[in-house]
Ligand binder design. Structure first.
Ligand SMILES: Nc1ncnc2c1ncn2[C@@H]1O[C@H](COP(=O)(O)OP(=O)(O)O)[C@@H](O)[C@H]1O
Ligand SMILES: [Mg+2]
Length: 277
């Protein structure tokens, strides 16, 4: 999918098996890092029951996705502006059961995203935990999936189960993997290789490695002040990783098989690449 400015946003669904693996943190920090690179970027909170993108960014507004699904507002009208000009489309807490959107709501969301696409380079959809119907509806609206896997013991099994379900439901969508909560960089590569090997062998599905995020206590400090860590503490280990991830998503970093992005205004110093890659 081409994302050259003036055409249409690449829509990426950020997903995982279970909750609490860092999806929302990945979505907002990669989003802010992409915006800092000069890409017009949005994060849409597609976790309709427990969405917290606005909270983590310290934003609040009158309107939310509920108004969009009801046909009362456009995405542009509910947008809040976050750090680096990130466009945030908030959900409202407890709005929707995990059973998913009605057919009419699904159509409204698809139309709203279609409407906003020309004005963005990247749109990240932060999905609910698990692989509920609502999550599949969000994935169906995306061009690619960003699967966040945790380094906890059950994390890989959980990620594999997610790839399996994704493959059954959506055989062709590209799946990029982010390993979160990494202590040792070698472990991240190893974990990804195990996941990719199993997916390739048993599901005939190859994945794309996007990188990892260090386990970093400073992430929690940023959450407490309701700011994305890339903005609050740019030198934190996790911030470096989020910037590398953003450059991978944008096709600026090596190893992803994509060309560079014409709209990019800034690239990262080469010193940042070896870490977090
Ligand atoms: N790289 C990290 N280092 C340390 N803690 C993290 C990291 N990523 C996430 N966390 C912790 O995990 C919690 C859940 O993250 P969150 O992004 O809300 O997960 P999800 O959206 O998948 O439910 C955060 O509140 C934070 O405390
Ligand atoms: Mg979340």
């Amino acid at each position: 999918m081409n994302t050259i400015q003036g055409t249409s946003a690449t829509v990426i669904a950020v997903t995982s098996g279970k909750g609490g693996v860092g999806k929302t943190n990945v979505a907002i920090n990669v989003g802010v890092a992409l915006a800092r690179l000069g890409y017009r970027t949005g994060v849409l909170d597609a976790d309709l029951s427990l969405g917290n993108v606005d909270v983590l960014l310290g934003l609040s507004g009158e309107y939310h996705l509920g108004h969009v699904l009801a046909g009362q507002r456009s995405l542009r009208e509910v947008a809040l502006t976050g750090p680096q000009g990130l466009q945030v489309y908030p959900a409202s807490s407890g709005m929707q059961a995990l059973s998913g959107l009605t057919a009419a709501q699904e159509r409204a969301l698809a139309a709203a995203i279609r409407d906003i696409r020309p004005s963005l380079d990247f749109l990240l959809l932060d999905t609910a935990p698990g692989i509920s119907e609502g999550v599949f509806q969000a994935i169906a609206l995306a061009d690619q999936v960003m699967l966040v896997a945790s380094m906890e013991p059950a994390g890989l099994v959980d990620a594999y189960a997610t790839v399996k379900v994704l493959t059954a439901r959506s055989a062709t969508k590209e799946i990029g993997v982010v390993v979160n909560g990494v202590v040792d960089a070698n472990d991240a590569q190893l974990a990804y290789k195990q996941l990719d090997t199993a997916s390739d062998r048993f599901l005939k599905r190859s994945l794309r490695y996007l990188g990892y995020v260090s386990r970093d206590p400073l992430v929690q400090d940023a959450i407490l002040v309701q700011r994305p860590i890339v903005d609050h503490n740019p030198q934190a280990p996790a911030s470096r990783c989020f910037r590398v991830l953003a450059s991978r998503v944008a096709g600026l970093a090596p190893g992803n098989g994509q060309g560079s992005h014409i709209g990019a205004r800034r690239q990262f110093g080469s010193g940042e690449m070896p870490q977090c890659a």
